[in-house]
Design a binder for this molecule. Sequence first.
Ligand code: FAD
Length: 641
Amino acid sequence: MRTLVIVGAGPRATGLLERIAANTAELLPPASPLSIHLVDPYPPGGGRIWRRDQSPLLRMNSMAEDVTMFTDERSTLEGPVRPGPSLAEWATRQEEFAPYREVADPAVRAELRTLAPTDFPTRRAQSAYLDWVFRRAVADLPPHVTVTVHRDTVRRIDGPADGPQTVHLGDRTLTADHVALTLGHLDSAPHPRHAADAGFAARHGRFHLPPAYSADAAAQLDRIAPGEQVVLRGLGLAAVDLVVLLTEGRGGRFEPTGEGDALRYRPSGREPVLHLGSRRGVPYHSKTGYRLQGPPAPLPRYFDAAAVDAVLATEGPLRLRRDFWPLMAKEIAFGHYHELFHAHPGRTALPWTEFLARYDRHGWHTPELAALIAEAVPDPADWIDFERLDRPLASLELGSAEELQAHLRGYVAADADRRADPAHSADLGAFLALLSLFGRLPRVTASGRLTARSVAEDLDEWFLGYFNFLASGPPGFRLRQLLALSEAGVVRFLGAGVRVERDEATGTWRAHGTTVPGHTVTATALVEAYLPKHALARTLDPVLRDLHRTGRIVEEVVDDPDHTHCSGLVAIAADGRLLDPSLGGAPHPRRTALGPHTSLRAAAAFARPRTDAPGFRQNDAAARALLRALAALPSAPALAA
Ligand SMILES: Cc1cc2nc3c(=O)[nH]c(=O)nc-3n(C[C@H](O)[C@H](O)[C@H](O)COP(=O)(O)OP(=O)(O)OC[C@H]3O[C@@H](n4cnc5c(N)ncnc54)[C@H](O)[C@@H]3O)c2cc1C
């Protein structure tokens, strides 16, 4: 009997299991039985982030039809494609998909029954889908592969490079031929930056929330008093979740005003006053609420494997923004203009084929390309402008806080309107092309050719942040809610370039931005309204902490004579195996890691149907490598109690 222990049973582990089921027939003969043990303190399928036990107010920022756990005809994999329903398809036709089991929660059951493909489901609904996907993956395994679930935490792994691994749970050990770590989103001890605010809060009896996963943060928010002045640093998804929990979650209600999609907020009186600010000063762009109006663009066209390899073949150190971004930008703009020309030809002045032939010839930043766009797309509002999108408040200075509130409300309303209006479907074309970049980015990072500073500043800080801002924002109705809260005075905007200082004399935080010079807000609570960024050196995960302490894993460090960048990620080889310093930095033959905590830097999002999602390729490659390694073992130890 071979044994595989998978640590972490969230979406990634579930996807891995699905791929193991798909590939077993080819790679693991019935003569080689396999026992798989999944360990997670949270229920398998959803795991920690997608557990059922969280507020029903928390939603996905994906439409139900854009979430799938199954490969399709567009997937390019070595293993077999095994189609299955998206969340939207499963929700309304659950009885058709074995193994059927009625969803226990009546509210989730009712939501699923009426879920429209373009709805943004609750996280609880996605939890139910993941639970079913997990059960289906288990059911799809052949009889010689069995699965045992342990609701426990793995604390330690030891064992030689060439022999069985001992996996220590809370009250038992498992012996494994191979261990896969699909640990996902993890916690670290506070960054020194946050430790100072935490200490300040403790000294003055104030409330400070470090970066947290919303489902976990909910309980702590009770310590914020009604009417209390709170600064929220961050305007992304975590901020949206926290605002919802502190308003609707405290009994407030949103109701339609009768004017379009606009909402009015009826406070409960238990809300604090929420001051929202960030570097950009505006909320992430709303998700689009419609479908492509034209045919999908054939991606990739400019940032494809050949183009990436051509850049990699040049001499000398490379920088993402200088050497790859022109190709990436041209790809995103291709998605934008492809949709504009096909779906809204009345707003273009050249035939698409002519535009494309000339677009092909010029680099992104060239005057020729700018001239072509100006000639072919008469209205500048239809051009894609990456700089304006990135810093919408850049160089804006307003005279008063009230002017700022009005300006921000105008900005947010315009964004929500635009993203709901299929006349602007070029935005969705650009979004899909942006998403497609993640198919080639791992090739760039794995090459080791980017300078350390470029990995730190261009990739980890700028590009991934910009991606989240453009593509990972809230559904449109959340922006309407934000507007209603702003109208009601519950939410106040701080503007761009926000800085928060501690005032020891008064025990308060003082926040000010650059948009209204001289304007300062005083608060008695500070909330870091963004998701935690895991750092291996400060990890709170017991198994990673132990492996790191004993020198069996290493943080990804990119360095060159100019800069040293410690990314906080666990360093893995291209095939997913953990790089082990005690083996001279070679991959550990028996230990694999997959997911957002690793140096692979995959997009941490669910796959969209028919986009050849890289996550499926990674899961497939990992499953095949695991099965091959397990099949190659002469014999394997039995499970120890
Ligand atoms: C708050 C939030 C909201 C998101 N919303 C969306 C969305 O709307 N749409 C979208 O496309 N993507 C979304 N994402 C991104 C995507 O869904 C996540 O990246 C996904 O959860 C990743 O799955 P995972 O299995 O890699 O990690 P996780 O979901 O974090 O699962 C990892 C599991 O490992 C377990 N684990 C960790 N350490 C141990 C240990 N030592 N022993 C045992 N078990 C352990 C954890 O308990 C957890 O259950 C969101 C992410 C977050 C954090």
